[in-house]
Design a protein around this ligand. Structure first.
Ligand SMILES: Cc1cc2nc3c(=O)[nH]c(=O)nc-3n(C[C@H](O)[C@H](O)[C@H](O)COP(=O)(O)OP(=O)(O)OC[C@H]3O[C@@H](n4cnc5c(N)ncnc54)[C@H](O)[C@@H]3O)c2cc1C
Ligand code: SF4
Ligand code: SF4
Length: 477
């Protein structure tokens, strides 16, 4: 321990100017020395709120203690043991753990997510997961995003043969839309390489509702089916003109920006308006800034900046890169004849609170104004696409945009079919794990066996040699 240092070891990052033109990663890894220095700020709390706050209960205190002792190989091993998508999460996780880190009360929380990256960069991370003895009950998973992948990991570790059916030709789901300045694009492959010895088969280009249904998978001999299709169908604005060429939903735009050099809008002199105030809107706007030569990108949001659902880091960084914000305005009409020529906005006032207590918004008559633009990107949320899914499953989303089984164990109204999802990568993984536990309990009961806790994913009983006197988190969640 290096005494109390309340201020975080700065995370190296690119200066703002180059960011407007390129998709190079913004945050850079700590050096080994910086990582050790930062880890030594940790108080090694007996009751680690950081671990409690992590949706997958990653033993972050453990890997931080190991880094503090310069034991990077052990830190990498501990990280990978708890976390099937550690390489993805060390760059994209919204670090819920840091919100509850006790150092945050006095100064800056420990850089828990960035230290995960240091563990993987400097420790030996090319490890392979080890399966338990094989079982004869096959499980099908529909959807290869983080929910489905975490479930595949959990179930295959317990010995179940798993097949993941995915509509796209690639895995990752919405992870593939995260801009390259956050995630280079090779991280998921790095994580999936550790699955090599698990009995998981990925089948791409197969869409549930078209090529098969959950019930047809049961009829094909799968003993359980997990629907993990997320929510990717764009919500419409519901205003005239939104079908004009030049109006794009955010997700296909971001996917194209990642998969092709120019994205959907082309590297032209575009004037872009992005509608929405969440992280997806900010990702779309910051990507558009990099793709458009005019650098003329405006975010339109119906509430005040403080009420934006996007993280304040994301908003601040976007502003620094040159995004403009038009706030407390809502779009009422997209202008144009053959393509977008502008968008009409109207002022929005705060109305009475809704059922959840959040103030509603009301349009103010006589306040219309026109913003000239040739591209509109719509980022006002997504819903699950359940076309072709039998109604008996009763999967229509209620509290979440993704489909979820209505029973407490997330089983649907059809026996053996489960469904779940999550609001971020780590929450999606937690949902996948919880569903896998429920599926294991269901199948074990059918086979007359006891359900099994997750075996040590790396084999052995205590895979990483832990710091002296370390007993793991001192309570169970
Ligand atoms: C632009 C963007 C940026 C984001 N940035 C972050 C971030 O930085 N950090 C973070 O933690 N979270 C981020 N998120 C949120 C996170 O990616 C999602 O919460 C998470 O991916 C949800 O996981 P999921 O597996 O439930 O769904 P998805 O990721 O949507 O995966 C569902 C999968 O199912 C497939 N599928 C859908 N329908 C069918 C069908 N009928 N048949 C077969 N397959 C089907 C889809 O193709 C997809 O691969 C971001 C999301 C977006 C859109
Ligand atoms: S996975 Fe996310 S919430 Fe969990 S310890 Fe890592 S950064 Fe924190
Ligand atoms: S809460 Fe913060 S200081 Fe305490 S163990 Fe976790 S990271 Fe370290």
């Amino acid at each position: 321990m290096g005494g109390f240092r309340y201020v975080r070891t700065p995370i190296p990052e690119d200066p703002g100017e180059g960011r407007k033109t390129g998709f190079d990663e913004i945050l850079h890894a700590y050096t080994k020395e910086e990582a050790v220095l930062e880890a030594q700020r940790c108080l090694e709390c007996a009751m680690p709120f950081c671990v409690q706050a992590c949706p997958i209960t990653q033993d972050c205190r453990g890997y931080i203690m190991l880094i503090a002792q310069e034991r990077f190989d052990d830190a990498a091993r501990l990280t990978i043991r708890d976390n099937a998508l550690a390489t993805v999460l060390c760059k994209t996780c919204y670090h819920y753990c840091e919100e509850d880190c006790v150092m945050g009360g006095r100064g800056t929380p420990i850089a828990i997510r960035h230290l995960k990256r240091a563990a993987l960069e400097f420790g030996k991370s090319e490890l392979l997961y080890v399966a338990s003895a094989p079982r004869d009950q096959r499980v099908a998973i529909v959807g290869g995003g983080p929910t489905g992948l975490a479930a595949a990991w959990e179930l295959s570790l317990r010995g179940y043969p798993v097949t993941v059916y995915e509509e796209q030709k690639f895995l990752g789901g919405q992870i593939e839309t995260i801009p390259r300045y956050h995630l280079e694009g090779t991280e998921l492959d790095t994580d999936l390489a550790r699955f090599r010895n698990l009995d998981v088969t990925f089948v791409g280009d197969k869409k549930a509702g078209v090529d098969f249904t959950p019930e047809s998978l049961l009829a094909d001999g799968y003993r359980a089916v997990f629907v993990a299709i997320g929510a990717s169908d764009p919500r419409a604005l519901g205003i005239p003109g939104e079908h004009l060429p030049g109006v794009f939903p955010a997700l296909p735009f971001l996917l194209a920006a990642n998969k092709g050099p120019d994205g959907l809008i082309g590297r032209k002199n575009r004037r872009v308006v992005v509608i929405g105030g969440g992280d997806v809107a900010l990702d779309a706007a910051r990507s558009a800034l990099r793709l458009s030569e005019s650098k003329d990108v405006t975010v339109v949001y119906r509430r005040a900046k403080e009420a934006m659902p996007a993280g304040s880091e994301e908003v601040g960084e976007g502003e620094g890169e040159g995004l403009r914000f038009v706030l407390e305005r809502a779009p009422v009409r997209v202008l144009g004849t053959r393509q977008v020529e502008g968008i009409v906005l109207q002022r929005v006032d705060v109305g009475p609170p809704d059922a959840t207590g959040r103030p509603t918004t009301v349009l103010v008559e006589g306040t219309e104004e026109t913003l000239r633009c040739d591209t509109v990107i719509v980022a006002v949320g997504e819903l699950a696409d359940l076309t072709g899914f039998p109604k008996e499953l009763n999967l229509s989303p209620v509290d979440h945009p993704w489909p979820q089984g209505k029973r407490p164990d997330w089983m649907s109204d059809v026996e053996g079919v489960f469904a779940a999802g999550g609001k971020s990568v780590v929450y999606a993984m937690a949902a996948g794990s919880k569903a896998a536990e429920a599926i294991d309990a269901y199948l074990s009961k059918k086979a007359g066996k006891a359900s099994t806790p997750r075996p040590d994913p790396l084999g052995g009983s205590k895979s990483p040699p832990l710091p002296d006197g370390y007993g793991g988190p001192t309570w169970q969640l």
